[in-house]
Write a protein that binds this ligand. Structure first.
Ligand SMILES: Cc1ncc(COP(=O)(O)O)c(C=O)c1O
Length: 362
């Protein structure tokens, strides 16, 4: 039986032969003269003193040890996953790759549920793919019935859970209902950039049952490694076969793969869990303090490292904070989020200063 991925893939991608980079071609030998690299290491002081002194060579097509370490981290608690994994330059690259792999410009559409992360629509726009917007309900949950009506004409459904900028997790029963309804029409992508901060279950445990489910992850949030640009895409081999045709020849820089591997070691994972628990504590304390302020109308429940706050109508709290040197994110451009500001949870000290500044708003 043909996989859903193979029925969606544009013929141009289907015909594509991946660029045969030197690393992809592989081989065995003792003199490597096939990639126009500098054969000897240039000396740049400290640069060559790291664990890796072979930056003169192109990196692996896929840093296997890093990818496998992330897969093992994912399998903790859910057991063996049948999925394949690729390492990408942040979750953003995964979003872009999926749209370019499964959508034909000027022809196909994706579904998003705003207010949500802006890159789904941006990547679709940049590739002349239509974005069908089905807004979240007032409680920031999915309009499942409306999404279902649009599935037959949509290649990809992007869900973000926990969602940015609302902060809530999507009901798992809704995700399952949509996975059932989309089996023959639409690949379902769940962006779990903030999953480590959430008390709710990841969608990973659904992957073996639903081969058209794709999960995107990142080291930019709970792992605190936004600067290294490292994310992961997990999907069934039927999906990955096409993603692998478009992925850049050398997707991940060696220093990135090395740092990621350290973060995914036992001690790295312990450090991440500890700092995540600490951040959640600060988040919940900040929220309870904010509740005391009369400029605050609503504080939305958060499963992330940020809080969405609705301030009393007409108060320009965002501009006030900027004038005090505190840069939050204004959400007023979203129809459903007028008077809302999204505040990232920083250190306890930064949150104390933010709180005191808010107390003096006038
Ligand atoms: C929901 C969501 N997905 C993906 C990203 C981008 O992650 P990365 O840094 O891995 O590209 C962000 C960044 O803010 C995000 O909020």
């Amino acid at each position: 039986m043909k996989s859903l991925a193979s029925t969606l893939v544009p013929s141009a991608v289907e015909k594509l032969v991946p660029y045969q980079s030197a690393r992809r071609l592989g081989g065995s030998g003792h003199i490597w003269l096939n990639a126009n690299e500098l054969e000897t290491c240039a000396q740049y002081g400290d640069l060559s003193k790291g664990s890796n002194d072979h930056y003169n060579r192109y990196p692996d097509f896929l840093p296997q040890d890093t990818a496998q370490a992330y897969l093992a981290y994912c399998e903790q608690g859910v057991g063996k996953l049948n999925s394949e994994i690729v390492t990408v330059r942040g979750a953003d690259e995964a979003i872009d790759l999926l749209i370019r792999t499964f959508c034909t410009p000027g022809n196909d559409q994706i579904i998003i549920c705003p207010p949500t992360y802006g890159m789904y629509e941006f990547c679709a726009d940049s590739f002349a793919v239509t974005t069908n917007k089905i807004p979240l309900l007032d409680n920031f949950q999915l309009n499942v019935e409306e999404i279902k009506t649009q599935l037959p004409t949509s290649s990809l459904l992007f869900l973000c859970s926990p969602n940015n900028p609302t902060g809530n997790s999507i009901n798992q029963a809704d995700i399952i209902e949509l996975l059932e309804a989309s089996k023959t029409s639409t690949l379902v992508v769940i962006d779990e950039a903030y999953i480590e901060f959430s008390a709710h279950q990841s969608a990973l445990h659904l992957m073996n049952k639903y081969p058209h489910l794709i999960v995107i992850r990142t080291l930019s949030k709970a792992f605190g490694l936004a600067a290294i640009r490292c994310g992961f895409l997990l999907a069934d081999s039927s999906v990955m076969a096409y993603v692998n045709r478009l992925i850049p020849p050398y997707p991940i820089a060696d220093p990135t793969a090395e740092i990621a591997l350290k973060a995914l070691s036992d001690s790295g994972l312990q450090a991440m869990s500890k700092q995540t628990a600490e951040l959640v504590e600060v988040r919940d304390w900040f929220k309870s303090e904010l509740q005391q302020l009369n400029i605050v109308e609503t504080i939305y429940s958060s499963q992330t490292n940020f809080i969405l706050i609705k301030f009393n109508q007409g108060l320009n709290v965002f501009d006030y904070l900027v004038k005090q040197g505190i840069i939050a994110r204004n959400q007023a451009h979203e129809a459903a989020l007028s008077d809302c500001v999204r505040i990232t949870i920083g250190s306890k000290q930064s949150m104390l200063e933010t709180l005191n500044t808010l107390k003096h708003f006038q």
